[in-house]
Design a protein around this ligand. Sequence first.
Ligand code: GDP
Length: 446
Amino acid sequence: MFESLSNRLGGVFDKLRKRGALSEDDVSEAMREVRVALLEADVALPVVKDFVKKVKERAVGQEVIKSVTPGQMVVKIVNDVLVETLGADDEESQINLRAEAPVPILMVGLQGSGKTTTSGKLALRLRTRERKKVMVASLDVYRPAAQKQLEVVAGQAEVDSLPIVMGEMPVAIAKRAMSEGRKGGYDVVILDTAGRLHIDQELMDEVAQVRDAVKPAETLLVTDAMIGQDAVNLAREFNEKIGISGIVLTRVDGDARGGAALSMRAVTGKPIKLLGMGEKLDQLEGFHADRIASRILGMGDVVSLVEKAAESIEAEEAEKMAAKLMEGKFDMNDMLSQLRQIQKMGDIKGILGMMPGIGKMQKQIENANIDDKMIKHQEAIILSMTAKERANPALMKASRKKRVAAGSGTTVQEINKLLKQHQQMADVMKKMKKMGGKKGLMGAMS
Ligand code: GDP
């Protein structure tokens, strides 16, 4: 799957990866090609626009981590945005089985979308992977062969199917399935509804009645990936009319373009939960945005390279800070680099929290009251101070404060607050030194 998109994107990055430095023009040029590639993959236009915008914003002005090339950096950014666009974290993509047993799962979709096959696949998956006792029931009373077809599929999946009662109507079948499920101690009941060639009111009404009768834990729309944007529009319509909880894309094995997969989340707001990868019953896969992104880009190696490089830089900086702490020295320059660290890697409470014996000082650190909004202002203040003032903040008397306030576009109060905060932090550092926990401290930081 995704072959054509994968090939096109590969070409774009091949060009980039050879370059030493990356200009805004390079990024724009690459993004023009990414845009065409996505459009050719039949990704919805608003999704394409949003995608390109996000990548550009992050790529331009992005600090390139040493030991990786700018091109590799862009690959990583594109990967991250792909993952976001595909959406659905692993938690969201799980089939919800947390309701009271038997958990009803409603399968909906158009005729020929692969609904019956997918019902069997899901039954097999839940039986083997989750060790659930599963029953399936067909509510398709319009096509004579449909109920029989599900019975055959159930046999192949080695799960039970609700005995067929000729002439029974869908809501009645659903209710009977639930009560038989309860009596028989089943964990899950999968209800395969009737499909139609097109969405029509009658179909929607029927599905809504079944939904109200059984209150499904999942209402899964089964749709063919190969119909591209039609699948996305269908999902939107089903969601508006009856409310769905997730999407199963089928025939992904035959879908070289991938437009439906890429647009689905952004357009419908609903997660893809499963992918049908072939006609066989075991050809059903869970949906993992990161794995799909790396399949599309085919550059998992580059992505993990950049991730590792970023991690080692963070470790290096933490190491440097630890050394500073050991000396008990902490001037405004240290504070500046600390602030920048905080922006990059989380909060100082977390960093200090890793150190032994810090518990008692926790309150003091919390009083320092560090939050993200303030950091930009604080950075500006320190940057407006002279080298001397930074090394010796005690120099900061009224006139200097006024000058720095004007220079940084802040107020004297904010400067006072920063100085106080610095003093508190410096005090903590001194105490740390007194504790002399060299072994403990280095151990905690490494
Ligand atoms: P329904 O009318 O929605 O119940 O669709 P069916 O389950 O009868 O499936 C229609 C056809 O699609 C059958 O021939 C299935 O074998 C085939 N099919 C279903 N899912 C997949 C899939 O993921 N990949 C492929 N290649 N074929 C599939």
